[in-house]
Structure formats: structure tokens, C-alpha cells
Design a binder for this molecule. Structure first.
Ligand SMILES: [Mn+2]
Length: 477
């Protein structure tokens, strides 16, 4: 009795989190696979990815090839033969190129449009005939049906040996709405012809609920952050406490296929980082509330998963529900991130909306009449406060000429300042203002904390004055 390891959906060049090193993780992962002593490794695609966003720009396959040597060495270190088929995220040039540099890596199928499986033959691995079928992942139902009929025909005509037949695929199989997935009657064409069917791409280990010989395979380790996929646990925050919505479940790992019984075993791989979801109701909250709530949330998630040693690090995905005020939506990601900066081994992702989240849209004319000021009203208000600012500073034994403050305000106003228009597009206000006045008044820039303080410029001016004063005092001293 021998076992074949089946791996896939590693997405090595897709960023999960900047602190998560997929190459280091991949090494750990294949070491674990190797220690299970499979006779071969079947790699079912979405291995490296065509493109990834690196520091905000897309890198091409050419740039990605700098990782190739690293990957090839890791594959070689297993001393096990790899049989590989690419997925929809892999550039079709990558696998043949890895094969050239790696003696134990064999490209057995290249998935691309127009492929229908009509010219493939199985690879004998142990006691099975392994059919790697390069059927496109999102082909129209009729195309998939014809490809499956072709595969069934070829399998029926196969007489070379009496081994059992396993079909490997990388397609959208699970029904998710009208457009995605394959109907049971089409699946039946292969389910009734092959002894076992293993489909990558779904990132979840599951046996088809009707056709028990169809198995979906798990992702090796975290891929990217999407709501409702790939999480290890879900929580909901309610009135100061964090309720568990799901039990901890590690969805990552690989499959071991018994080459005699064709039994499939899911082997867990515990990643060094995984994400959880926290549902949070934003109705009626203000910024101090957001910060104190998330202080509690971060602490509780940390205590539950990191302090207990279940995971080395955790990435939290805030899932917002309720009604979000514009004033909160502009800064909530920053406010939450600020809280997490105080924790070790726990990180936070930008929020996503729950299906019920109401986000009132803002148009610039409407903003004029609401509490978010326009550029004009913000500067008007601030000018009206100059005397008060001078008075406050005097109480702190700082003497400032009101004309100087007016001068600073005029400089800010005169600077290229489309912030109040950009704000409607959800641009981070603190960063925008910080950037636009940086050259004018570096001391001011230091003092920006949260953007909404800018709605009234006086607290910013106050602390800027302090900073200026402190600096000049130092110099004099
Ligand atoms: Mn895929």
C-alpha cells in the first residue's frame, strides 16, 4: 500500500499579509508532506501565480522568475517525483520552465482555453492511472460537458493495464450562484466513469454531497483574505464581549490518496498565520468607541489563539455591519490599525462590509450642509478661532502673534488642496493633508493624528505651535 500526496493552491506569489512569508511556509509545508512518505506528489495547480501586486504594482511573470531558483531547490530537496498540472493562476510558461531546471518535476498537463482533454493519456503512479485533465476552470457548461464526455470516452477505450482510474481537475465545481460551478448531471459523466475525482481550485476539503467519489481539495496554507473563505474562526463582538460564531477549524493542508483503496485522507498543515473574522456593528459608534472596542477585540483574539499557542500569529478581518457614518468610514481602518500596533503577532486587515452594512453615499454638495466641513467652512471656522487659539497658547505661557497663525492658515489653504473633493472618494484624510502640507510646515505634519481633527484645525495648530516652540527653545538652549 502506497500513498500519493496531492497538493495545490499554494499561490506562492499572492500576498496574504506582508508579515507572512509564503516561501518559508512552503518549505515547512513540503517538509511535512515529505515526512508522510508519499511515493509521488501530484501538484494540481495555482502554484506560483501569474502576477502579484508587490508594493502596489503588478509584477509580471518575468519578474516573478527571480523566485524560480528558490522554488526549484525546494522541489529538489524533497527527492520525490512531482507530477504537475497548472491552474488558472499559473502562467503556462512556468511549469515547463521549472521542469527544465528540476530533475524530479514533470509537467503533465497545461490548462488553457481550447483544451478539451481529448489528447491526454494517464500517468501511472503506483497502482493508479492518474489522469491530469487540462480542462479550463470556468468554461461554459457545454464546453465542460464535451470535455468530460471526451475524457470518459478515452478512459473507456483505455486497455493498457487494469489499474484504477483517478481524475485530477482544477475547475470551478461548487455552485456559487448562476455563473459558477458544474451541475450534477454533467459531473455524473466523469463521476460514473472514473473511480476517484480530485478537484483543486475550491480551497476547501470536502466530499461532494451526492457523488461520494468526488473530492475537493484544500488550499495548502492561507492564500489571500476574502470574507467567508479560508478563515479559521469567526467571532461577533457584542457589548464588550467577543462571541464565538464558529469553532476553530484549520482548513489548510493536503490529501493523501491510497493507491489501492483510493481512500483520501485530509492531512492538516498548521500555518504560521491564519485569519479570523470579527463581525462588528458600527451603528452609532464614534472614534473613541471604535478604538476602545477594538482594543478589547484584539486582546481577546490574542488571548484565544496566540497566547494559547494555537497559532503563531493571527490576521483579523473586521466585518462591519449596521450603518456606518461617513465620519467613521474615513478613518476606521486607521483607528483599528492603531490599536493593533500595540500587539505582537496579531495583525488586522482593512475592513470588509457585511451584506447588511449600510454605507450612505456622500456627494460634495450635500457635505456642505452637514457636519463634515467643506474646505471653505473648515478654513472659515479656523480663522474664527484664531483669537481663542492665541488665548489658549498664552495660558500655556506661549506667546504667538495672531498674524502668524493666520499666515499659516493661509499657507495651508493656498497649497494645492483637493482634499475636500478627494475625501468624498474615501481617500485617507490624514495622509492626504499630511502629504500636501509636508513641505510647507513639517511641524504640522508631525501632529496629525486622526484625520477628523482636521475638521477643526485648531487642535492641530495648537500642538504644532508647541512643537515649533519646543524646537526653538531647544535651539536657543
Ligand atoms: Mn484556481
Amino acid at each position: 500500500m502506497s500513498k500519493i500526496a496531492i497538493i495545490g493552491d499554494t499561490h506562492l506569489l499572492m500576498q496574504f499579509h506582508e508579515k507572512y512569508d509564503k516561501f518559508a511556509e512552503f518549505k515547512q509545508f513540503i517538509d511535512q508532506v515529505k515526512s508522510a512518505e508519499p511515493i509521488a506528489i501530484a501538484l494540481l495547480g495555482d502554484f506560483v501565480d501569474k502576477r502579484q501586486s508587490l508594493q502596489g504594482r503588478l509584477i509580471t511573470w518575468g519578474e516573478g522568475s527571480e523566485f524560480q531558483v528558490k522554488i526549484e531547490k525546494m522541489i529538489e530537496s524533497t527527492n520525490i517525483t512531482w507530477f504537475a498540472m497548472n491552474g488558472n493562476h499559473d502562467d503556462e510558461r512556468v511549469f515547463p520552465s521549472i521542469e527544465k531546471g528540476t530533475k524530479n518535476f514533470k509537467t503533465v498537463a497545461i490548462t488553457k482555453y481550447g483544451e478539451n482533454g481529448s489528447n491526454i493519456s494517464p500517468v501511472e503512479i503506483g497502482n493508479v492511472n492518474a489522469w491530469f485533465a487540462p480542462v479550463p476552470h470556468d468554461a461554459p457548461a457545454q464546453v465542460t460537458k464535451e470535455a468530460f464526455q471526451e475524457l470518459a470516452k478515452r478512459k473507456s477505450a483505455f486497455t493498457k493495464n487494469r489499474k484504477r482510474h483517478v481524475l485530477f481537475l482544477h475547475v470551478n465545481m461548487i455552485r456559487r450562484g448562476q455563473e459558477t460551478g458544474i451541475d450534477d448531471d454533467i459531473l455524473d459523466i466523469v463521476a460514473s466513469n472514473f473511480d476517484k475525482i480530485i478537484n483543486a481550485h475550491e480551497h476547501v476539503y470536502e466530499v461532494h454531497r451526492k457523488k461520494k467519489n468526488i473530492v475537493y481539495m484544500p488550499a495548502s496554507f492561507p492564500t489571500w483574505v476574502v470574507k467567508n473563505r479560508g478563515f479559521v474562526k469567526k467571532y461577533e463582538y457584542k457589548a464588550g464581549s467577543l462571541e464565538e460564531s464558529t469553532k476553530f477549524k484549520n482548513p489548510f493542508g493536503y490529501l493523501m490518496l491510497d493507491d489501492e483503496t483510493l481512500d483520501v485522507e485530509f492531512k492538516e498543515f498548521t500555518p504560521t498565520m491564519a485569519n479570523v473574522e470579527v463581525k462588528y456593528d458600527v451603528t452609532g459608534v464614534n472614534i473613541p468607541q471604535v478604538r476602545s472596542d477594538w482594543q478589547i477585540i484584539a486582546k481577546l483574539v490574542h488571548d484565544d489563539l496566540v497566547a494559547t499557542g494555537i497559532l503563531k500569529s493571527v490576521l483579523v478581518l473586521p466585518v462591519l455591519t449596521g450603518t456606518i457614518e461617513p465620519a467613521i468610514s474615513f478613518t476606521i481602518n486607521n483607528d483599528i490599525t492603531t490599536v493593533f500596533n500595540g500587539f505582537k503577532n496579531i495583525y488586522v486587515n482593512p475592513f470588509v462590509a457585511d451584506e447588511n452594512l449600510v454605507q450612505p453615499s456622500i456627494d460634495i454638495d450635500q457635505v456642505k450642509n452637514e457636519r463634515l466641513p467643506t474646505k471653505e467652512t473648515a478654513f472659515q471656522n479656523t480663522r474664527a478661532q484664531v483669537d481663542a487659539i492665541v488665548k489658549k497658547l498664552r495660558e500655556k505661557k506661549i506667546t504667538v502673534d495672531p498674524a502668524k497663525i493666520k499666515d499659516i492658515i493661509t499657507k495651508i489653504e493656498a497649497a494645492e488642496n483637493t482634499f475636500f473633493v478627494e475625501k468624498a472618494k474615501n481617500v485617507n484624510a490624514a495622509k492626504y493633508i499630511g502629504g500636501s502640507i509636508e513641505n510647507l510646515l513639517p511641524e504640522l505634519n508631525d501632529t496629525f493624528n486622526i484625520s477628523l481633527d482636521m475638521a477643526s484645525i485648531d487642535p492641530v495648530l495648537t500642538s504644532a505651535m508647541k512643537a515649533t516652540k519646543a524646537k526653538s527653545t531647544k535651539k536657543e538652549g
